[in-house]
Design a protein around this ligand. Structure first.
Ligand SMILES: Cc1ncc(COP(=O)(O)O)c(C=O)c1O
Length: 373
């Protein structure tokens, strides 16, 4: 038997459907735009697009036009696929063909996209992106609102909507931060809708704002991390979701070693008693961060076991304890649950001083995603 084929990811589509239902129930009439950029936060874009389609989702957001193309292929009847990054004139044939909605972040870009659309004999549906305090992409409010109003008049663009992104969502400690951004957005929209002579489809909240600030819903919210089950576990919240991604591997070899046995590079772990050491098929090349050396736990035979020593490129070592009974071929849960125990991305993120988003999106794209349920 070959135990060295590396790790795999399992995505639970039944749980995904429950997450979607919970979010949509909490949102009520507000449209949910599912954020599936970055390979659906590491869950696999095509598989997630299909899973979301089957859960009834028809609005999506991505970072790049190529991602939007994948979503259109999987969800031919998607209502909107919004590209949150910056599309260029070269992207316009694809955007038109696949009915993809770019955001417009500047007047220059608006003119360039408009010209490319007209050259193709069509008008391009787009959303304005307003910078109300994130300091990232978009027309700065209020300084660039006149430029955004000019963009509205570009003949090759059919500007359907407008959006922004919150930099701070801390309604308990800093309510003024998000409220200030929302007020800037509303003021800009008043000017822009007057200029357009019509209402624009508005969206500003991502998961945390959708969870904590329902008053900011507008027409739609862009939900990413909550869909994947993080940041919204509280059952008394507006919605509650559970992680849907598990990352698993297998034990390649088990060895019984004496006390004082050094494990891995530089002997960064030395056994303090006779014990069993498992070598597991996963390493930092797969996205299992080196920072988890000597700190991360994995699950083997339903028990938490500590990563022993440094994480190598393709392998990691685990102290199983004495007389573990673990054998080569046994399943190892790097992220997920087994026998009533669970290790989720927010736990690994704490060890690595990062956020669950980064743990999830760091899982190598080369690892197989399996969809279950
Ligand atoms: C512009 C924009 N909208 C929405 C989201 C989704 O955020 P979250 O995953 O926190 O819901 C992101 C995520 O990075 C984003 O950049």
């Amino acid at each position: 038997m070959n135990y060295c084929n590396g790790s795999w990811v399992e995505v639970d589509l039944r749980r995904l459907r429950r997450n979607v239902e919970s979010i949509q129930r909490g949102l009520g009439r507000t449209t949910m735009i599912a954020v599936v950029k970055s390979d659906a936060y590491g869950h696999g874009l095509a598989g997630m697009a299909r899973g979301l389609r089957d859960a009834g989702v028809r609005n999506f957001a991505v970072a790049y036009p190529a991602e939007a193309e994948t979503v259109r292929r999987e969800v031919p009847d998607a209502e909107r696929i919004v590209v949150l990054g910056v599309a260029t004139p070269d992207d316009v044939p694809l955007l038109l063909r696949d009915r993809i909605t770019p955001v417009v972040v500047s007047l220059d870009q608006a003119r360039a996209l408009s010209a490319a659309a007209l050259a193709a004999g069509a008008r391009l549906r787009a959303h304005l992106k307003l910078d109300t305090g994130m300091g990232r992409l978009g027309f700065v409010c209020p300084a660039d609102v006149p430029a955004a109003a000019e963009a509205l008049r570009e003949p090759g663009l059919d500007i359907e909507g407008a959006c922004m992104h919150f930099a701070i969502v801390e309604p308990a400690r800093h309510p003024e931060a998000a409220a200030g951004q929302a007020a800037k957005f509303d003021a800009a929209l008043e000017v822009l809708e007057a200029a357009a002579g019509r209402r624009l489809f508005r969206h500003m909240s991502s998961s945390r704002a959708a969870l904590l600030m329902p008053e900011c819903d507008q027409d739609a919210v862009r939900v990413g991390i909550s869909l994947y089950g993080y940041g919204s576990a509280r059952p008394d919240g507006r919605f509650a979701t559970e992680p849907i991604l598990q990352w698993k591997s297998r034990v390649m070899q088990v060895k019984s070693v004496p006390a004082g046995f050094p494990v891995g590079y530089y002997g960064a772990y030395v056994t303090d008693r006779p014990t069993d050491i498992a070598v597991v098929s996963c390493g930092y090349t797969d996205g299992y961060l080196r920072l988890l050396g000597n700190t991360g736990d994995v699950l083997v035979r339903g028990k938490r076991r500590r990563v022993a020593g440094r994480v190598s490129m393709n392998w990691l070592t685990v102290d199983l304890g004495p007389d573990s009974g673990v054998q080569a071929g046994d399943e190892v849960v790097l992220l997920g649950e087994q026998g009533g125990e669970a290790v989720w991305a927010d736990e690994l993120a704490r060890h690595c001083e990062t956020i669950a988003y980064e743990i999830l999106t760091d899982i190598s794209r080369q690892i197989e995603r399996r969809y279950v349920g």
